[in-house]
Write a protein that binds this ligand. Structure first.
Ligand code: HEC
Ligand code: HEC
Length: 474
């Protein structure tokens, strides 16, 4: 006899089983996707995407293992969610979680001075203030031999710096998007020999690998305080890992997916970016013979269509703002004056350019040849009380200059190189405030305000907003 209730029960059970199978399958796929999907991490303005060749982050790589004596690994200062560097916000969380005992908080270069008192939580809070407030690491460097200048005064609030070792507080650069580097480190000091065009596939890969291997060895002996650098295979594995990390913003809170409707945001598209040393060279020295094109950023060209149907809603308006910001980056006129390494090099007192004159590598944003320049970030006028200030006196002329960081001049000993730094890659910015070598711009708005003031651009509030919206989407 047909039992209605049994049937219903059986049907329910079948349905439940099917649902369970579906759910399990979904979970399985989700898990597989978790393993395989391009990895995304949240930040204040959306999501950062990291791409690796295998589709997952190989956490067994020695990049993540302590290789020295203080418990630090590369990952102590180069973290995925922070755009492969570190941020004050995350460092403060780490400090609170561990009472300041996480290995990133090591006196050697995490503290304001290697001699700082770190015996209590409160002492550690002030010793590690530069990390906690600005995400800065102390790079200790001796005055160069045979320099054209002498160190004639030191004003170090922490009473440590001297000619034997200047304290230079610098932001860790991202350990991602390295394949497009034209100089390694803010001052280029780990660049083995200048990367020269033209090379295999346009990248001097062997030179880059040699540079990054030396950098890793120095990081292990320096930051990680190993007594000696580990064997070549460990270094090779680290370099192989970091060399293939690609990171870029993929999702914007207001504009949505940054690769929709023919836009080209995100790490997967970035990984295919055409590049060679000297590409789109500002001074006309592109080895391909092509002339410089100021339109260096073309990620959001397709969003620059006023008639596009997607532009009518809130999301569409956000996309339009990003496209406007990109245009400003490429074409807003800037009268570049007083930039050492540029105006003096070209013999031009004023160069009519734009953001893309210096950030000229297409869709990447660094300079496509090593071009250290002084835009004034380390100038005495921008010194804050937490930074040491150094007075350097020219031996030949007797002239003096004050700076918080001599930059390239610490390597070359040249007066003309004081304050010169490389222009860094401008991708994955939203995840990694603060900006500039000394973290002096707390936000992208501060970066834009700096340029507006430094070059007397007189941007409108809306232009500034659009430019920030664009930079946040990189
Ligand atoms: C204590 C923090 C800290 C640790 C640990 C650390 N780094 Fe760094 N890293 C920095 C800082 C600071 C800079 C920038 C210094 C400068 O330019 O003077 C940097 C720069 C770099 C750069 C240069 C990127 C560029 O754009 O030029 C690479 C690559 C890098 N680190 C990789 C590594 C690797 C690999 C390890 C582990 C072996 C490591 N780092 C460990 C703080 C750290
Ligand atoms: C004269 C060359 C030059 C021009 C013009 C220029 N930049 Fe820069 N940019 C640099 C250099 C050099 C640095 C690194 C300076 C430092 O930290 O000491 C930099 C750094 C930055 C950074 C910080 C990146 C980071 O990782 O901290 C951003 C963002 C940036 N520039 C955006 C812009 C925008 C937007 C414009 C146009 C309004 C612009 N730049 C114009 C040379 C230039």
């Amino acid at each position: 006899m047909f039992d209605h209730r049994t049937f219903r029960f059986a049907a329910c059970r079948r349905l439940a089983t099917r649902l369970a199978i579906l759910l399990l399958a979904a979970a399985g796929t989700a898990q597989a996707q978790q393993r395989n999907r391009p990895l995304t991490t949240a930040n204040a303005s959306g999501w950062l995407q990291t791409r690796t060749p295998s589709g997952r982050i190989d956490s067994d790589n020695p990049f993540f293992q302590p290789l020295g004596s203080n418990g630090r690994s590369c990952n102590s200062c180069h973290r995925q969610a922070q755009g492969w560097t570190i941020t004050p916000k995350e460092l403060r969380q780490r400090f609170d979680r561990t009472n300041g005992m996480d290995p990133v908080f090591s006196p050697v270069d995490g503290a304001v001075s290697p001699l700082a008192d770190v015996s209590s939580v409160e002492a550690r809070r002030s010793a590690y203030a530069m990390l906690l407030d600005r995400g800065l690491v102390r790079i200790g460097m001796p005055m160069p031999d045979n320099a054209q200048f002498r160190l004639t005064a030191v004003d170090d609030p922490y009473g440590y710096a001297s000619a034997r070792e200047l304290s230079l507080f610098r932001r860790p650069l991202p350990a991602a998007n390295l394949i497009w580097l034209t100089a390694v480190m803010w001052d280029g000091r780990e660049t083995f020999t200048p990367f020269n065009p033209p090379m295999d596939a346009g990248i001097d890969l062997q030179n880059l690998r040699t540079s990054l291997a030396a950098q890793a060895r120095h990081a292990i002996v320096g930051h990680e305080q190993a007594s000696s650098a580990p064997g070549g295979d460990i270094i090779e594995r680290i370099v192989e890992f970091e060399l293939h990390l690609v990171a870029a913003q993929i999702d914007d809170n207001a504009a949505g997916r940054l690769n929709e409707d023919d836009a080209m945001g995100g790490a997967n598209i970035l990984a295919q970016q055409r590049f060679w040393i000297g590409i789109n060279d500002t001074l006309g020295n592109d080895p391909s013979g092509d002339a410089f094109d100021a339109k260096t950023m073309r990620l959001f060209d397709s969003w620059d269509d006023p008639g596009a149907p997607f532009r009518r809603d809130r999301r569409g308006r956000a996309r339009a703002a990003i496209a406007r910001g990109e245009k400003l980056f490429n074409s807003m006129p800037i009268d570049i004056r007083g930039v050492r390494g540029l105006n003096d090099l070209t013999g031009q007192r004023v160069i009519r350019g734009s953001c893309s004159s210096c950030h000229n590598a297409p869709n990447i944003g660094n300079h496509s040849v090593a071009l250290p320049v002084d835009i004034g970030i380390a100038a005495a006028s921008r010194r804050t009380p937490d930074l040491p200030l150094y007075t350097l006196t020219n031996i030949a002329t007797g002239k003096s200059v004050q700076t918080t960081d001599p930059g390239l001049a610490m390597l070359t000993g040249k007066w003309a190189d004081i304050g010169k730094f490389k222009g860094p890659i401008l991708r994955g910015l939203a995840a990694r405030a603060p900006y500039f070598h000394n973290g002096s711009a707390a936000s992208l708005r501060d970066v834009v305000d700096f340029y507006d003031h430094r070059f007397g651009i007189h941007m409108s509030t809306r232009q500034k907003r659009d430019l920030v919206t664009f930079l946040s989407a990189l």
